[in-house]
Design a protein around this ligand. Structure first.
Ligand code: UT7
Length: 369
């Protein structure tokens, strides 16, 4: 029997703190008119103390699981796409796995910058199709506000924090993720990077003095690259799904710059009313922008069960890609549990795991001596 990977749950989480263009104008030399005109951004959300990539990812994941009526113990795999992980290791996905109590799940982070959610969606669909797993949690989560230089007006005005999550489940009903394309061009890696803090330039007094621990970007070059690849990737994914652009109900692009989105849509000759744009409220939340925009589109009734939607993005790497999805919706009909009860259960489970490891350590320690 062929297997299909359907999106059966979705959820988003953004910090409460709003930073407007007017607030930014008090920090760096900029103004509301310039930011709105050049990017379409009016405000963005910024993580406060206690809010992290994992906490936002966990909040979004629990909402998605709740929507799918899926018990966390049934999740087989957790993929967190992020460019602002909590640590180099352990993976942020493992922290999320523990916090949601997905005790039978594998977990890993995926690093493909703003394109990461599309890569993760595609990988999740592929492992479901092979019959290897049934339920995958795909999360895009960022706190890029912690990595931008708040003195650099060319980058700090762009980014915002947030997370979005999809639950993908296996069924025999045709639909779900229909196709995807994933591309990269490492020759443009220097155009958008965070140079230090990895193994090549470990954090040192010198890297900090040079500001190498912040995001560096050649905005104009990234802009040029983005307008070229967005339309191209969309068309490739649509052809791969054996469809034509007329069969597409909605495009949900990565929210990096309203002008980039409009330029891509013009090249596709696609109606702008069928394109989801929410950059005005959140700025560029990198890999979280597509699932956040999808959640809002569902809320507004723009994305409905049966619709064919294209997700398309680009980002550092350079990377770009697109996926065509026939939208599904929750498929199971069980009593829904509140995310709060998942959380309490996961905390207890995590505590028990720590105690068990401690006791095992004593027993094995004695035996090995
Ligand atoms: O997820 C992927 C992430 N990255 C992107 O998507 C970035 C893609 N690039 C862009 O979105 C745009 O290139 C930016 C929004 C970053 C910049 O817009 P632009 O129209 O390409 O501006 P620019 O860099 O060509 O700069 C134009 C002028 C410059 O002044 P001069 O040299 O012409 O006098 C800048 O210094 O605008 C100035 N400028 C600003 N002015 C007010 C740059 N940033 C600002 C600012 N406020 N925040």
């Amino acid at each position: 029997m062929p297997r299909f990977a359907h999106v059966t749950g979705w959820g988003m989480a953004v910090p409460h703190k709003v930073l407007t263009n007017f607030d930014l104008a008090k920090i760096v030399e900029t103004n509301n008119e310039w930011i709105v005109d050049r990017t379409g951004i009016h405000e963005r959300r910024i993580a406060e103390d206690g809010e992290t990539t994992a906490s936002l990812a966990t909040d979004a994941a629990l909402k998605a699981l709740d929507m799918a009526n899926l018990d966390p113990s049934k999740v087989d795999l957790v993929i967190v796409s992020t460019s602002s992980p909590e640590h180099i290791f352990p993976a942020t996905a493992c922290l999320v796995q523990d916090r949601i109590g997905a005790r039978k799940a594998g977990a890993f982070d995926l690093s493909a910058a703003c394109t990461g959610f599309i890569y993760a969606l595609n990988l999740a669909a592929q492992v479901i199709r092979t019959g290897n797993v049934d339920n995958v949690l795909v999360i895009g989560a960022e706190t890029l506000s912690r990595l931008v230089n708040w003195k650099d007006r060319s980058t700090c005005i762009l980014f915002g924090d947030g997370a979005g999550a999809f639950v993908l489940q296996a069924t025999n009903v045709p639909g779900g993720v229909l196709s995807a394309v994933m591309r990269s061009d490492g020759s443009g890696g220097d155009l958008l990077s965070l140079p230090a803090g990895g193994s090549r330039f470990p954090t040192s007094a010198a890297t900090i003095a040079q500001g190498q621990h912040y995001i560096h970007m050649n905005g104009r070059e990234v802009f040029r690259f983005a307008t070229r690849v967005m339309a191209q990737a969309t068309q490739e994914a649509v052809i791969k799904a054996n469809l034509q652009m007329e069969d597409v109900h909605l495009i949900i692009p990565h929210q990096a710059n309203q002008r980039i989105i409009e330029a891509a849509v013009r090249q596709l000759d696609f109606p702008m009313e069928q394109v989801v744009v929410n950059i005005g409220s959140y700025g560029n939340t990198s890999t979280a922008s597509i699932p956040i925009a999808a959640c809002e589109a569902i809320q507004k009734g723009q994305l409905k069960s049966g619709d064919r939607v294209v997700f398309v993005g680009f980002g550092a790497g350079l990377t770009w890609g697109a996926a065509v999805v026939q939208w599904s919706g929750p498929i199971l009909a069980r009593r829904r549990r509140l995310p709060r009860s998942y959380r309490a259960w996961a905390r207890m489970l995590s505590f028990l795991n720590r105690v068990t490891r401690f006791i095992e350590g004593i027993i094995w320690g004695r035996w090995l001596r």
